[in-house]
Design a protein around this ligand. Sequence first.
Ligand SMILES: [Zn+2]
Length: 361
Amino acid sequence: MSATGKVAVYDAPNQPFILRDYPLRPPLAGEALVRIRMSTICRSDIHSYQGHRPNPCPGVLGHEIIGIIEALGQGIERDMRGDALAVGDRITWSEYFIPGPNYFTEVLDLPQKSPGVEKYGHMAVASEPHHHGGFAEYCYVLPGSWILKLPDILSDEEATPINCGVATMVAVTERAAIGLGDTVMIQGLGLLGLYGAAIAKARGARLVIGLDGVAARRDLAASFGIDHALDPADADLVAKIRDLCRPDGADVAIEVCGAAAAIPTGLACLRTGGRYVLGGVVNPGSMVQLDANVLLRRMITLSGVHNYHPRNLMQALDFVIANRQRFPFHTLVDGKYGLDQVGQAMADAAAHKVLRAAIVP
Ligand SMILES: [Zn+2]
């Protein structure tokens, strides 16, 4: 084991990333030390880096991570499925870890909302054990995380987005209760929207409509199960969608565009009794004006999903394994950068030059 590992640190929002060495120690009980294979830039990393959401600095970002087990601490022998873990295994793990049993986990079944929950790539780099973000050479997988061994059949590009993007869309589509024959409208065709469409089809949706202002993203849509990709600036948008989802509108609307201003459009496209799930408005202060009477009169269910339940992580992995021939998931990670290029990767991702930028240390 090396004595130190490099971490790409940013001192304050929008400041350059600097490679700094931090000490490595053998993993403590319940921990695993992982050598990072790949870490992809999630939209929330960009929001944190640009200072739109609170994140402690100097910080290390990156929570969509996979890696190879370098060392295992005492008592960590199996993954969440029960498969044996060994040094050299390639793994993914939950983007968050909980401090122990608590009311939110045990009673409400919302472990991701546990008091004291921490997320990888969301802590100050000064906080021990320093290596807890994806833009680095190493990461400690800490107690209270859920680990899954990755089968060899999956490429790094297919496997890396599973623990945030894919698992989140499994949770969002689960909440939307998408069933056989449903019509689904998805606002935002980034990685979340494209995976959301594929999962909606796998859950039995008969028609999926995707909205995005970026033409290149609309061009990708068909291969991920989207039947109609529309520009949200289209003046006849609501009428078109309601006509495609006859007789009364979409059964389900999903927001993953991150813009609260899109919510009234989503509501207008839903049928009476439709379900609307918000998964993208992650920034505080996402204000929007709504006619609450529309929710009441049209009997709309409006709900939000933040992160995911550990079962969704396992479902996400199994979904990608089962559907990797049907949908070209490997094409979504379309830019690769070294650990010394995090700043460039972040700029390209923010400018939509790449769909999912990957840091390969
Ligand atoms: Zn994420």
